[in-house]
Ligand binder design. Structure first.
Ligand SMILES: [Fe+2]
Length: 300
């Protein structure tokens, strides 16, 4: 099994940081801080950030940050990647400071997405303990499971899945193959997990959208916070890309709202955690068992 514990953070290249700050704090229920260079850090738990937003016209996912538990495991992992022929680079002290981690390396996948491998993410002080003024049900489901997940639109899904499986040594949880998901468009998704068992930290597909990422996902600890977040989106006029619904594989109840960068964020609750001892890889025939309708105005 991969030494990667979880997807620790995601970095987003965004054109409108003010919109992201409002979206993250007043809609999602995170806590925002601006950095000295004008970037935006979004806290979801006791760490200094889980989402890092920097200014760019890309409006897309820029970095997937993978957490490894110790320096020794991280260095052994980097050595193993280089033996496999992957070009892995050590980050500078300045880059480590920007990510607020002790040890940091990076590489690029076959689709061009930057991946970072780190250990020693900085925790906020007790005086700045995470306390959302919006969330009622215990906050975000993060911790050992990491920040959440992303759905990557790969130009060559087979090569990208091979990168995750064969290079990073992550595990396939299951597959979904839905015929005519959109008129004339079949969708195939591969769902991939890290060691601590969030059902998937990344899913790979080839959706017909221009962005590298279809959506990112954050998970609440209570269904009430999903509902309240949906209400806040509707009240604020934020487009609901997919109404409330349920996925058959990770069994998450969620809705999808449009972020200020144009791609979606899945706001969910109730996803399973995989136990490797009795896990069976399945192939499902639908992305959603109910709901997740496109273009539903109220999200319900
Ligand atoms: Fe998702």
């Amino acid at each position: 099994m991969s030494p990667i514990s979880n997807l620790g953070y995601m970095c987003i290249a965004a054109s409108d940081l003010d919109a992201w700050e409002h979206f993250a704090s007043a809609i999602l229920g995170g806590i925002c801080h601006r950095t000295a260079d004008g970037g935006l850090l979004i806290r979801l738990d006791e760490l200094e950030y889980r989402l890092q937003i920097f200014r760019s016209d890309d409006d897309d996912l820029a970095v997937a940050g993978w957490a490894v538990d110790s320096v020794r495991e991280l260095e052994d992992f980097v050595t193993s990647l280089r033996v496999k022929g992957l070009a892995v680079h050590e980050c500078s002290a300045q880059e480590r400071d920007a990510r607020m981690v002790e040890c940091l390396y990076w590489c690029v996948d076959p689709d061009g997405l930057r991946h970072e491998f780190f250990t020693g993410a900085r925790h906020a002080t007790m005086a700045r303990a995470f306390a959302s003024r919006l969330l009622v049900g215990g906050g975000f489901e993060t911790g050992r499971l990491g920040v959440g997940h992303y759905l990557q639109n790969a130009r060559n899904p087979a090569d990208t899945v091979a990168f995750y499986e064969q290079m990073l040594d992550l595990k396939v949880s299951d597959y979904i193959k839905e015929k005519d998901y959109l008129p004339g468009v079949d969708v195939e998704g591969t769902f991939i997990r890290a060691r601590t068992g969030r059902h998937h930290s990344v899913a790979v597909t080839a959706m017909p959208t221009p962005k590298r990422v279809h959506h990112i996902m954050v998970q609440f600890k209570s269904l009430e916070d999903v509902g309240l977040c949906l209400d806040r989106c509707v009240d604020a006029g934020i487009p609901i890309e997919h109404s409330l619904g349920h996925h058959p594989n990770d069994r998450m109840t969620s809705f999808y709202a449009r972020t200020p960068s144009g791609f979606s964020i899945e706001c969910g609750w109730g996803a399973i955690v995989v136990d490797d001892r009795d896990w069976e890889i399945k192939t499902y025939s639908e992305l959603s068992s109910w709901g997740h309708r496109m273009g539903a105005q109220s999200g319900l």
